[in-house]
Design a protein around this ligand. Structure first.
Ligand code: NAI
Length: 480
């Protein structure tokens, strides 16, 4: 239909730039390239119709083209309004063999700086194939695609879409309800069919995984789910070393303010917080941590950080970074008390760690400095500098994690999709993690690039510590 374009990106003329960067990224993504080589000439994902909702970056382009090389039929959106790299989206839409005049790539619906309406429009577009059918697999980051199909089906079953509560519901919820209402008119019964056709999802991030376990425990999860985040080669690398790289990149590209000597507060000392704290310390900032978990608080203290509460530092700190995956970490009242020109950013998945909605309501004047960088001026004249409107700043203000670490994450993603596609009967409507053997394999695929020489166990040593010579080397309860 005319209202359903084949794809939608910002500017196809950026495709050549994107293609060049994809070519360079491939060199840095040995895990994905090894899978392409292993399955060359075979199509283990033939028949898989994968809808992906994950930041449309150069690294994601290499993931998408790995899935298609393995035979999958793929449609893609970004999982954040600011995270798309327009040259990556253009190159994916054009494809390795197409031209901007004759695009032959993967249908992608993503551009940097979408409105919330456009964001959910994109998600809905990617969930419908040209013949009207839906995907049979989802590849999600943060769980928005999973949420949409579940809510759609839930309301169809209930026979009604709830009213929007403007007082209490987040603005975005109104957009989702509006979309579902329009779909109920145009395609009644659509989501019930879509959800019945989906055989599984692989989920990328902590926040999305959290949603999946909640659904499993509530008995509402409609298909099998693989928790990619908790592969060791994902969360202990991407969340940690990825953020260690991209936190400083985001702050620099937006503000260019010197971090050395400043007091930087990192909220949450999980995998992401640990990477951020280390990077900020490396810049010469004096880092303070806040935590609710005594174990993580003790870890931070023994790493040499001060662990305090927000009230201890709110008037004196220079930089505030939220990394909790929780909500209402920094409120409008906190920002009212901050130093003039304090920098405030979030690297957690959703923008509700900082009360942006409250800020907009509080009579604070917004001065846009440049895209994804705003000054909010309070009535008393002091202002705070907010990165990416409170959305994940490493992808909003910079280009997210570098290719090498994303190769480890995305190799897990491809293994998860292969598992869900080829061994589907093994999985119930539950959340699973990949077996340790595969986790070790992902790591193994990334050693040569770094010149790592692995020691081989002797049979005698293997027997002594009770593991097979070829692994897995650790019990499941080992924490790394
Ligand atoms: P995690 O669960 O390892 O760490 C979060 C930490 O925050 C926990 O230690 C928790 O105790 C702490 N916390 C919770 N509420 C708090 C509060 N009120 N005050 C202080 N600390 C609090 O999770 P992880 O993997 O570090 O992820 C954090 C967020 O970052 C998630 O939303 C995740 O989806 C997202 N993420 C973002 C990435 C990016 O590139 N921007 C990459 C990976 C994850």
């Amino acid at each position: 239909a005319a209202d359903r374009p084949a794809f939608k990106v910002r500017d196809l003329s950026l495709a050549e730039w994107g293609r060049n960067e994809i070519r360079l990224a491939e060199q840095e993504m040995p895990g994905l390239m090894a899978l392409r080589q292993r399955y060359a000439g075979k199509k283990p994902l033939a028949g898989a119709k994968i809808m992906g909702s994950l930041h449309m970056t150069i690294q994601t382009a290499v993931l998408i083209e790995t899935l298609t090389a393995l035979g999958a039929d793929v449609r893609w959106v970004s999982c954040n309004i600011f995270s798309t790299q327009d040259h990556a989206a253009a190159a994916v839409a054009v494809g390795p063999n197409g031209t901007p005049e004759n695009p032959q790539g993967t249908p992608v619906f993503a551009w940097k700086g979408e409105t919330l309406e456009e964001y959910w429009w994109c998600t809905e577009q990617a969930l419908m194939w040209p013949d009207g059918s839906g995907p049979n697999l989802l590849l999600d980051d943060g769980g928005d695609a999973t949420l949409l199909v579940h809510k759609g089906a839930e309301y169809e079953k209930a026979g009604a879409i709830p009213a929007f509560d403007a007082e209490n519901d987040p603005e975005e919820w109104g957009v989702i309800l509006e979309l579902l209402r329009a779909e109920a008119q145009k395609n009644p019964g659509r989501w019930t069919k879509v959800i019945a056709g989906i055989r599984g999802v692989s989920e990328e991030t902590t926040t999305g995984v959290h949603r999946l376990y909640e659904m499993m425990n509530a008995g509402t999860l409609a298909f099998a789910a693989i928790n990619v985040n908790d592969s060791v080669t994902k969360s202990k690398f991407d969340n940690l070393y990825g953020c260690r790289h991209s936190i400083v990149d985001g702050i620099n590209r937006a503000t260019d303010v010197m971090m050395a000597g400043k007091v930087a507060v990192v909220f949450g000392y999980g995998d992401v917080g640990k990477g951020c704290a280390q990077a900020l310390k490396g810049q010469g900032a004096r880092v303070v941590i806040t935590e609710i978990d005594p174990i993580c608080a003790l870890q931070a203290a023994m790493e040499g950080y001060q662990v305090l509460t927000i009230d201890d530092v709110i008037e004196t700190a220079d930089i505030f970074i939220t990394a909790t995956g929780n909500k209402n970490i920094i409120t409008v009242d906190h920002m009212r008390r901050m130093k003039d020109k304090a920098i405030v950013g979030n690297i957690g998945h959703f923008d509700n760690e900082i009360d942006m909605a409250g800020l907009k309501k509080a009579g604070v004047k917004r001065v846009n400095i440049k895209p994804q960088y705003d000054e909010f001026v309070f009535p008393d004249g002091h202002s705070v500098l907010i990165l990416a409107e409170g959305r994940l700043l490493n992808l909003g203000c910079a280009t997210g994690h570098p290719s090498f670490v994303m190769s480890a994450s995305f190799t897990n993603q491809v293994l998860a999709q292969l598992e869900l596609h080829t061994n589907n009967a093994k999985y119930e409507k539950k959340v699973y993690t990949l077996p340790k053997k595969l986790d070790e394999e992902v790591a193994r695929l990334h050693l040569a690039k770094l010149g790592v020489k692995l020691t081989t166990l002797s049979a005698d040593q293997a027997a002594y510590i009770g593991v097979p010579v070829e692994g897995p080397y650790k019990p499941d309860h080992y924490r790394y």
